[in-house]
Design a protein around this ligand. Structure first.
Ligand code: SF4
Ligand code: SF4
Length: 399
């Protein structure tokens, strides 16, 4: 309680964060704003407000996009406050079935393998098209998960080491996380190809696991700490110059591990390549296309590295980059948020899609797998054919 009060008391209630908050923008309700949520937690921790479903609901409606944290002049550690509140109120709070299922799969390799096989069968046997036609995912309450599924491929077996091609310049570890290894293999292979081409030996420790963000933001600090320990151990014996993340949501979690030796080495792949491979352009074939750049909140508000994608892609000759306007807020995916808050997630997604379509791009890039899946699902639902890929996939394609 003391920690909660200490963090909450930093808020001077100036309200500068309000226009940056997606849930406040769409509801105009102070309880759905950063300032309001901080005041609710302050009152609860100070024993002036009893626990209630309504209280938990207001806090859980937060996307943890951290736009408020980025602009706060009092540097309120907003995300820590919310995570600590959820952890402390855990007894009166239950994870939804969907989030519990996703956590089980994310934290357990055997469960992941089983689901992978079942999904492959679901998609290749035409069960998926029949189920969608019969609206079974909606009837069974699994539509928020089912709509996200990309076409899953037979997973390629990944080696735990890929040597630099040509002159070696350094050693990096590649963090592939839990879901990326089967839902986003294209990005993993592209990352390995680009990193080895620029002279990095690439290590993929087999024991690496989920970054822990799902557990932490669901109020389970014990599991999150265990997963962090597992990851620190799995990369621990290697002499690495950097630990590269290919999903900014995972990267921002890794960057906040309490083990500073590990956290200090974490870099988003675009940040790494834009700093250490700034002469890539001479190796890249031209690509005369317009690429719309979606910047995930985790890249902007936590890793504070949004310019790195522009610097990296700016090296592809002939490419026209189309950034989304500054006013575009969170796309609504926000980890597991889109599964439990489909209405707000859809409202926010619609705002992003409108801005994307105004740019009339040939390709859309996003640095976070969750955002990419959510946006791609939204485009499919509108019958729009537009490739959504990670920036490093574009770079690898031009080598
Ligand atoms: S900007 Fe910071 S200090 Fe101001 S109301 Fe928001 S959280 Fe509080
Ligand atoms: S984290 Fe995002 S949704 Fe939550 S209060 Fe801050 S700005 Fe609003």
């Amino acid at each position: 309680m003391n920690d909660l009060l200490k963090d909450a008391d930093l808020c001077v209630k100036c309200g500068l964060c309000l226009p940056h908050c997606p849930t406040y923008t769409h509801t105009q309700n102070e309880n759905e704003s950063p300032r309001g949520r901080i005041a609710l937690i302050q009152a609860w921790a100070g024993q002036k407000l009893a626990s209630s479903e309504k209280l938990v609901e207001h806090i859980d409606n937060c996307l943890l996009c951290r736009s408020c944290e980025r602009v706060c002049p009092a540097v309120v550690p907003y995300s820590r406050l919310i995570d600590n509140f959820r952890n402390q109120i855990q007894t009166g709070r239950k994870s939804s079935v969907r989030v519990s299922l996703i956590k089980k799969v994310a934290h357990n390799q055997n469960a992941r393998r089983l689901l992978q096989k079942s999904l492959r069968f679901y998609q290749t046997s035409h069960l998926q098209s029949s189920a969608r036609w019969l609206k079974l995912p909606q009837l069974l309450g699994f539509q928020p998960i089912e709509r996200l599924l990309p076409e899953t491929k037979q997973p390629a077996v990944l080696a735990n080491f890929y040597p630099a091609s040509g002159e070696k310049h350094g050693n990096v570890g590649l963090f592939v996380g839990c879901m990326g290894a089967w839902l986003d293999q294209k990005t993993i292979h592209a990352a390995i190809q680009v990193l080895t081409t620029v002279g990095c030996d690439v290590y993929l420790p087999k024991q690496q696991t989920c970054c822990g963000a799902l557990a932490l933001h669901d109020g389970d600090q014990t599991i999150a700490a265990q997963l962090a320990e597992d990851n620190v151990r799995s990369f621990g014996g290697l002499e690495l110059d950097a630990i590269i993340s290919i999903a900014s949501g995972c990267g921002s979690q890794l960057r906040e591990y309490s083990n500073s030796g590990f956290a200090g080495k974490v870099m988003d792949i675009s940040q790494f390549l834009s700093q250490f491979a700034s002469d890539l352009s001479k190796r890249l074939k031209p690509l005369p296309k317009t690429v719309c750049v979606h910047t995930p909140c985790s890249l902007k508000n936590v890793l504070r590295s949004e310019q790195s994608v522009f610097k990296l892609l700016g090296q592809i000759p002939g490419l026209t980059l189309a950034p989304l306007p500054e006013t575009v807020q969170c796309c609504g995916s926000a980890g597991s948020y889109m599964l439990d808050h489909p209405k707000m997630a859809q409202t926010l997604l619609n705002d992003v899609l409108e801005s994307v379509l105004q740019k009339q791009p040939d390709i859309l890039v996003s640095s976070n797998m969750g955002c990419a899946l959510h946006i791609a699902a939204g485009l499919r639902e509108r019958g729009i054919k537009l490739d959504v890929v990670h920036p490093v996939v574009l770079v690898a394609g031009q080598l």
